[in-house]
Unconditional design. Sequence first.
Length: 228
Amino acid sequence: MAVEPPSEEAEDVEDDTESDDERFIEICVREKTRVRVGYRPCDDARPGYAWYFVPLSARVPATGTKAKKGSFEEPDDYSYRAPAKGGRGSAVMIQDIEDRVQVCVSKRTRVRVADVRCDDEKQGYSWYYIRIDGYAPAVGKKAEDGSFRSPYTDAHRVRRKGGEAAEAAIRDDDLEEDEDFEDTEPDVEDANTCTETVDGVCTDTEDGTSECRTVHWKKRWVRRCTSF
């Protein structure tokens, strides 16, 4: 006897059930083998490693074993992390809701630079996010124990001298008063003149540019080179 195809109503119910489970565990794997490793290589964007997203309905592999089900494509919704031993479902979900501080760093070296390079989306630079209970480097120092992956929680700017993240964080209410805050879009005139120069030209920066920006420095607007 012929079997009738499922009705459109039944198909809709099945689709709704699947959408309820559209939550994922994010793990770090070797791109070529999909073997799971610790989170640090992906947090630091090391070549050869990539984020891999395992649906909540599948088993999360332990570190050192291969991920059998999942995708390299990042989901739209919130994802979670899992302990090194792996496991299945909500029992292994780790939700990270700690605040972060953000510092602008060279992607290649993770050495901190002025925030203006990330604000202007300069090639080779990116925000690096450090937990609020961690340590933020001063400009010119290397950032550690953070992640290039954008957090799901708030991220605060950091004073140029760095320090314990919770103490070095610049809260939104303090941005305009802090002498280390740099604004890339001030309402000023004469935007083509630098007051901080060497022989009339901006000091060369690491990436070979010699651009000027207007920044808030010591409670006043001044023209400075981007290397400051």
